[in-house]
Design a binder for this molecule. Structure first.
Ligand code: NAG
Ligand code: NAG
Ligand code: NAG
Length: 977
């Protein structure tokens, strides 16, 4: 019989047998570990060439990237950490965004949403180690790559040892360093590693890698009290910044073209990394500090749903397993939860959502790829042999072990334990969807076996990869070999097997040395007993439902236990278990009826409680516990935003006759240190005047010559920016923006000839899409200005601008709203007045809806309030949803929820129309204020086509109580203009 296994199958071994594993006679060279390394400052986090060790114990560091600043709701960090932990991960890597902590030079704040302590505490509560990445440069698709706005007018080459730059970073690094140091594992905290700089890999010519910068930065880290090992993430395995303790690299091998999510390059799967690692730092573990977990998307892009497909379960199976084929033992997935570019966080290449297509979506729901990654993480978490492994045939994989040149197989052997082998099989051509069948010739402890031993063949269908293990310790028995996620088991007395439950068919054959081969075909779940070991043979759908949870122990690291696993099948998410006497208590989330199967010691599971309620237990055919539990998903009624009463006010009084800009900042600098030389008589870079975010407004006062007929300006705002120009009260045109231009020169005709000598004002409203990154060290590209680079009048005799005025957010770097931070509000009149804040008195405003809008070019501001009354015990994420307007399409809109800007919508560029707003920003049990700005860039005005509040998921949840962030109300703003 030919056994063609087209279904992917996973094995779960629940081994209770006492069978003794036998060491086989396989001969191989053994490499003994070198002496364990540490950095001489502490001895808790150590490492060698195989893995990291914590308190002398090796661990696979399975980490995911999360940015605290992209989730301002401090009480939601625990939810994210628990979801990551439940996936079988044990670590999170995070950036700190200098720009929001020191918005004004010398004024460093870690208050409110900027406080890192709740993030540290939540990690510890979930049992997650932290890898701290405080920069100072972070990139991260963040405005300025993390640099503060004042950096744009600070001289010296940034990201070098230039003293001006070193002085600029010192205060921040010492402050953040001390905060991280207080939370190091050496002090009972979760932080195990700290990264210096970020992708310090490309240096602008004629400069070269600045080793002096490395040295001084590492010294600053030490001076701030940091003692855990230092790391750096080279953008590729290129050997940069190797003076850190544990060098590693980043890789995004499937690229960022989300619009073609099914297209992979044939050679996309990298195999040269191992050789590079051996060449650069063979004495250290193979560490990957960022590996692709999604993709970012920009203005006019495809949206994040296809990015999640590009990097979906198939991608995870092929690309991640290729890293395991290279014995990667520190693996950080970027992003695991992307979050939101709320306020002005985004760089110009990105919009409000930073969903990233990651396993945890922006609304904190779980994608299918979460469940696939859970299988991989749980597998490696219980594979100690992997932690001392080495790939053996890295440059000779094609056709190896299979004889099929369409396949590549890497042999990864445990060279210390001297026994277990991992065989990673994948397509030679990564882009193919072809089905390949194969057999394996594998050396085992009982000699070379042809697998499957009972005949037939194995299959790899299209974009897939499998790991077959040999002489693999599973509990107290040894699995002689498995065929990828399908298992053919195993060496154990007595050699008979029987199906306990399920529809699978099995064949068995006794091999030498008291071994038994099993071969089977299953859909769903089949449970087999071999001696006293029970095997679960699972197809992928069933495998995805299993959770491996560890009851907490005691002491400060109670939640980091990897002992005494309790295995539970069923549920959308199981967060944790605890045992009290004979009662097992499970905390979890359900989105429909769960059929639980519980594999736990009988003595501690006489009764089982789920989210506080006892489960009615029964027994499965094979003796484990079973229970059914329907999700409690109460119905709710959401406010219909279009039927609420909305208030309206004009937010562009600047164009009214008699408007005074006396309180505005005079744009009167005659010089700038900015590397971009201005072509204007006075500097018109908003950053030079302390305005670094949101909308910027310029005012040019001039006396007419009588012959000027038009005004030309080159304005810079970053990709997808726009600008509109008024001559006095008359709209004279816009560059509405597109997905390509970051600067644009346009000429605006005057409607009539002006009277010679008469006074006039040009008002220019421009968008600021965030500062560029500074990826190339010594490039100073983040200093690329926002503002007016050149201007001129058209006419025989042209006027001179007497006075230029500028405003952005009220207060500039001395921003007014200390709750929501320095980037949240921009320079629109309504923002300067605080109209977006709860509690502002709009009683005297007119009635008017954003879905009615305004009928000419300008800016309208809209406010409404509504109540929410969400039930307890659920997690019902909400989004603000707009739809595209095709009539009067040229407009920009900002959505403010309780004062926090959670949506920047550019109707004619897109793509984002769904704006998740987390609980804690939305008040789920009480009053909410929603404010909307509409900037119509076309002469016929604009309106939102529709605006709605929508649920994006319904989950019964054991999520910890969510505390609202301060929803600070409006207060008088002295000096506001
Ligand atoms: C720092 O950079 C500035 C501007 O590029 C340069 O003029 C100066 O000489 C540099 N100083 C040092 C100490 O490198
Ligand atoms: C590994 O195998 C070699 C050669 O067969 C043997 O000498 C050695 O004791 C083994 N080491 C371990 C740790 O099993
Ligand atoms: C529950 O969540 C799973 C995993 O994300 C999803 O596949 C399924 O469609 C959800 N079911 C319901 C009823 O929402």
């Amino acid at each position: 019989m030919k056994l063609l296994l087209s279904k992917a199958v996973t094995l779960l071994c629940a081994a209770s047998a006492l069978a003794k594993s036998r060491r086989g006679p396989r001969v191989q060279s053994v490499i003994l570990p070198r002496a364990t390394q540490n950095n001489g400052l502490q001895d808790i986090v150590t490492w060698d060439e195989y893995s990291l060790m914590i308190n002398g114990k090796r661990l696979m560091v399975f980490s995911g990237e999360v940015h605290p600043y992209r989730n301002p709701v401090q009480s939601l960090h625990l939810d994210i950490f628990q979801k990551i932990k439940a996936m079988g991960f044990n670590a999170v890597s995070f950036y700190v965004y200098w720009g929001i902590h020191e918005p004004k030079r010398g004024e460093i704040s870690f208050e409110g949403f900027r406080d890192l302590q709740p993030f540290f505490d939540a990690a510890k509560k979930a049992g997650i180690y932290l890898i701290a990445r405080p920069g100072p440069y972070i990139n991260a698709e963040t405005s300025g790559g993390g640099f503060p706005g004042w950096g744009t007018y600070t001289p010296g080459l940034w990201r070098t040892s230039n003293t001006t730059y070193m002085e600029a970073i010192e205060g921040y690094i010492k402050t953040v360093g001390a905060k991280i140091a207080e939370n190091e594992i050496t002090k009972g905290g979760p932080v195990i590693l700290v990264q210096a700089e970020n992708e310090y890999s490309g240096v602008q010519e004629p400069y070269t890698e600045d080793f002096e910068y490395h040295k001084q930065l590492l010294q600053l880290f030490r001076d701030s009290g940091l003692t855990v090992p230092t790391i750096t993430n080279d953008a590729w395995p290129g050997g940069h910044f190797t003076s850190v303790d544990i060098y590693g690299y980043d890789s995004y091998p499937n690229g960022f073209d989300c619009s073609n999510p099914y297209v992979w390059k044939s050679d996309a799967v990298p195999e040269w990394f191992w050789g590079a690692h051996q060449g650069i730092n063979p004495e250290d573990l193979h560490a990957v500090y960022e590996f692709q977990g999604g993709a970012f998307d920009g203005w006019g892009g495809s949206g994040y749903a296809p990015c999640a497909v590009l990097t979906g379960p198939e991608f995870e199976r092929v690309f991640y397993k290729n890293q395991y084929a290279m014995s990667t033992t520190l693996f950080n997935i970027y992003m695991i939860f992307g979050g939101t570019n709320w306020g002005g966080i985004a760089h110009p290449g990105g919009y409000t959502s930073y969903d990233y297509g990651s396993v945890i979506a922006e609304d904190r729901t779980l994608r299918e790829k979460y469940y696939e990654l859970k299988l991989q993480a749980n597998f490696l978490a219980v594979s100690p042999a992997y932690l001392t492994s080495r790939p053996q045939n890295i440059y000779d994989t094609q056709g190896s072990f299979t004889g099929n040149s369409a396949l590549k197989t890497t042999q990864v052997l445990d060279v210390v334990g001297n026994k277990t082998g991992f065989y990673v099989v994948r397509q030679t051509d990564a882009s193919t969807n072809a089905l390949q069948t194969y057999t394996l010739q594998l050396p085992t402890s009982i000699g070379t076996l042809s697998i499957p031993t009972i005949g037939g063949s194995l299959a790899l269908n299209g974009k897939d990869s499998k790991i077959h293990v040999v002489d693999y310790a599973a509990g107290s028995t040894t699995v002689l070999y498995t065929t990828a996620e399908i298992l053919t088991c195993l060496k154990i007395p007595p050699p008979v097997a029987k199906v306990l439950s399920g529809t699978g068919t099995i064949q068995q054959k006794s091999l030498a040395s008291n071994s038994l081969a099993l071969q089977y075909k299953t859909t769903g779940q089949t449970v087999v007993q071999v001696g006293s070991t029970v095997l679960y043979i699972l197809d992928r759908v069933n495998a995805y439902q299993f959770w491996v949870l560890h009851p907490p122990t005691s002491g400060p690291f109670a939640h980091y236990s990897t002992e005494n696993p309790i295995i539970v099948k069923g549920g959308y998410l199981l967060r944790s278990v605890s045992i009290r006497g004979s009662t097992l208590s499970i905390q979890g989330d359900l989105n429909n009826t769960a059929t639980f199967e519980i594999i736990a010691p009988a003595a501690s599971s006489k009764s089982v409680i789920f989210n506080g309620n006892a489960l009615a237990l029964s027994k499965t055919a094979h003796g484990t516990l079973a229970a059914k539990r329907a999700a409690k998903l109460p119905a709710i009624k959401l406010p219909n935003l279009s039927s609420l009463t909305w208030k309206y006010a004009d937010s562009l009084p600047e164009i009214r006759p008699g408007y005074s800009d006396a309180k505005w900042t005079a744009a009167d600098h005659n010089s700038t240190v900015n590397p971009t030389t201005p072509s204007t008589p006075v500097v018109l870079y908003a950053g030079d005047y302390g305005y670094h975010t949101g909308n910027i407004i310029w005012r040019a006062h001039f006396n007419a010559t009588g012959s000027e007929s038009a005004f030309t300006a080159n304005v810079r705002g970053g990709t997808a920016f726009g600008y509109s120009v008024w001559l006095d009260s008359t709209f004279i045109g816009s560059w509405a923006g597109d997905a390509v231009h970051s600067s644009y020169e346009s000429t605006f005709k005057f409607p009539l000839l002006l009277k010679e000598g008469s006074g006039h004002v040009l008002t220019i409203l421009q968008d600021h899409m965030g500062y560029e990154g500074d990826w190339w060290a010594a490039s100073d590209s983040f200093k690329e200005p926002r503002g007016i680079h050149s201007y001129s009048f058209v006419g025989d005799k042209v006027p001179t601008v007497n006075v230029w005025k500028v405003t952005g957010n009220l207060g500039g770097e001395s921003h007014v709203d200390r709750t929501r931070g320095p980037l949240n509000e921009g320079g629109l009149y309504g923002e300067r007045q605080g109209w977006h804040l709860p509690g502002f008195n709009d009683a005297r405003w007119a009635v008017g809806k954003p879905t009615t809008g305004i009928s000419s070019a300008g800016v309208g501001f809209y406010r409404t309030t509504f109540n929410l009354n969400m039930p307890k015990g659920v997690d019902y994420p909400l989004s603000l949803v707009v739809s595209n307007s095709t009539t009067n399409p040229l407009y920009r809109s900002q959505l403010y929820v309780n004062g926090y800007q959670f949506g920047k919508y550019v109707n004619h560029i897109g793509p984002q129309t769904v704006f998740p707003v987390p609980q804690g920003i939305l008040n789920y049990n009480g009053l909410n204020t929603l404010a909307v700005s509409i900037w119509a860039e076309g002469s016929t005005g604009a309106k939102l086509h529709s605006l709605a509040l929508q649920l994006t998921s319904k989950v019964e949840s054991s999520i910890s109580a969510i505390v609202n962030q301060p929803l600070t109300a409006w207060a008088p703003r002295p000096g506001a203009y």
